[in-house]
Write a protein of this length. Structure first.
Length: 211
């Protein structure tokens, strides 16, 4: 008989039970490891996503143009359209550079514009330099500006041509010849398809008598 309070030794595990026990122990260790590794991995992935979003947001912020930025250059550009009277116009130039800060603003070299080419209201205007505002359709010309239509031919230092209305205005001195003779003035405007010309400031004319 055994003494009271004395435990008997456990019988040894059989081989199949020993194999099952080892599998359970390995599975238990794996579960404990995964409980630590998986949350840590998820945390790292989350931090990586946050960092990626922050980096993309930072790079998406508009950058101020620097002196080293290359402007957008155009070779022999060609702009076409129609004014509010349905007359077609074609604007060409030797070269053009788009403004880095305003994409709609184009600086032109030796611009030349033809309005209603071959039509009754044909008008040609060109200059050494120009700025074309694509959104408003206005063309600023400077440097030896020449303006001619079927009735008149003038030269001036600067001019503003509105491709939408076909009107021309300028605050620089102008000289040339119209239907009535030679005209000199300090400012001018051409309206109504060239039928109405307004000259202001020190206007001098020399009328030609028709024979």
């Amino acid at each position: 008989m055994s003494a009271a309070g004395t435990s008997l030794p456990e019988p040894p595990l059989s081989e199949p039970r020993r194999v099952d026990f080892e599998r359970w122990r390995r599975r238990s260790r794996l579960i404990r490891t995964l409980r630590v590794v998986l949350p840590a991995t998820i945390a790292l992935i989350f931090m990586g996503l946050v960092g990626s979003v922050a980096w993309s947001t930072f790079n998406a912020q508009p950058k101020q143009a620097t002196g080293g930025d290359e402007p957008i250059r155009l070779v022999k550009p060609r702009f076409v359209g129609r004014d509010d009277k349905g007359r077609a116009f074609v604007l060409t130039a030797e070269s053009a550079v788009r403004d880095r800060l305003d994409y709609q603003r184009v600086m032109l070299k030796t611009p030349a514009l033809v309005l209603d080419e071959g039509g009754a209201d044909e008008m040609r205007i060109n200059g050494a330099d120009g700025v074309f505002h694509e959104q408003s359709g206005k063309l600023e010309l400077s440097g030896g500006v020449r303006l001619a239509d079927t009735k008149n031919a003038f030269a001036t230092a600067a001019s503003l041509f509105d491709t939408k209305t076909g009107e021309v205005v300028g605050s620089a001195p102008i000289q040339g010849a119209g239907g009535l003779g030679e005209i000199n003035a300090k400012s001018y405007g051409v309206y109504d398809k060239g039928d109405r010309m307004v000259f202001k400031g020190g206007v001098r004319t020399r009328l030609e008598t028709k024979k």
